[in-house]
Design a binder for this molecule. Structure first.
Ligand SMILES: [Zn+2]
Ligand SMILES: [Zn+2]
Length: 342
């Protein structure tokens, strides 16, 4: 496969960067993975994509920093020469996190099952090595039929080898499947703080233990809705909270839930909205956390109990005895006016 053919195979233009090459390969291999794609050509396609990637990677190694094809023919694809095993398609997984896990990061164990690409045939399903002679045509590529209705018989192209005369037996390791037996994998991942829905994390495989995934794992992050907090489009966290109306009137301290704990907060009669800095979410990963905005609704009883009524009588009496300036001024202005008829 030439680099031009390889780029065509991956649907890339001549200017494709190494990152674009890798991304295109990952997308195609994911789409054509035999676990997901029942197309009988899937295994063959995967092998072509692997060949194309190896070819383009070899080309960029020969000419670092250049997108031009190397002057010499590209080395053989890894299907025939590599000893590190075949390139394995990346595993895609969706990881649903709580808001707290997204904000603070977490240690997670990922697990799944998959069928790795066969290490013997690199996914082709065919035995490595030179082709053998086609058993049907004995390597001739055509078959001669002797019949009574055509003088001397006639010759047709061998349907088994399509005229090539060659026959490649099935891979003995995977019995022609192109992939090894299904196996479970497991991976411990430390998630960074400050994740959000839509983030994609690429986790490389350690590749040491038999339970490690064969290739890298692509984690698609989803943050589930929180029962208390709302994450708005401007990356501000909100909390709607009813509070004891009397505590609000009396400007008492209350405990407010924040992600990961509680915070002591003093209510103010003038305020229904409070901003707690550093208790929200980061606008971008690695940045410091933003605000949590608390919207309070002071709640009063529909009807006062006799005890509450008695308390209010006391409060009213004390206010009459020691009126604030605005009330005292008002009473002064009313002095010369006839009081209301009782
Ligand atoms: Zn095989
Ligand atoms: Zn044949």
């Amino acid at each position: 496969m030439t680099p031009d053919e390889a780029r065509r195979e991956l649907g890339l233009g001549p200017q494709a960067s190494p990152a674009q090459i890798k991304a295109a390969w990952r997308r195609l291999v994911s789409r054509w993975h035999p676990d997901r794609n029942p197309d009988p050509q899937a295994v063959r396609r995967i092998q072509r994509f692997n060949e194309a990637l190896a070819c383009l990677q070899a080309a960029t190694e020969v000419n670092p920093g250049s997108d031009e094809a190397p002057a010499s023919p590209p080395p053989s694809p890894p299907a025939e020469t590599a000893s590190d095993g075949p390139l394995q398609p990346s595993i895609e997984q969706t990881l649903v996190l709580t808001l707290e896990q997204a904000i603070f990061g977490d240690l997670q164990t990922l697990a799944g099952t998959l069928r790795p690409v066969c290490a013997t045939c690199h996914g082709s399903g065919k035995a490595p090595g030179p082709p053998q002679a086609c058993p049907r045509c004995k390597g001739r590529g055509h078959i001669h039929h002797v019949t009574w209705f055509v003088w001397g018989g006639f010759t047709e192209t061998c349907p088994d080898c399509a005229g090539s005369g060659e026959f490649q037996p099935d891979c003995p390791a995977c019995k022609g499947q192109g992939h090894a037996a299904e196996r479970a994998w497991q991976l411990r991942v430390r998630l960074p703080a400050g994740l959000r829905s839509g983030d994609v994390l690429t986790v490389p495989t350690p590749g040491r233990e038999s339970t490690d995934p064969p290739g890298e794992v692509q984690l698609h992050i989803q943050v589930q809705p929180h029962p208390l907090f709302t994450w708005d489009n401007d990356d501000v966290l909100h909390l709607d909270m009813p509070v004891d109306g009397f505590a609000w009137m009396a400007e008492r301290w209350v405990d407010v839930p924040v992600p990961g704990g509680w915070q002591h907060m003093r209510l103010r009669r003038q305020h229904l909205h409070y901003r707690l800095r550093g208790q929200g979410v980061a606008a971008r990963r690695g940045e410091s956390r933003g605000e949590l905005v608390i919207h309070i609704t002071p709640v009063f009883p529909d009807e006062f109990t006799p005890e509450q009524d008695a308390c209010f009588d006391q409060l009213c009496a004390s206010l009459r005895a020691h009126p604030p300036a605005a009330l005292a001024d008002w009473h002064t202005r009313l002095q010369d006016i006839q009081p209301p008829a009782v």
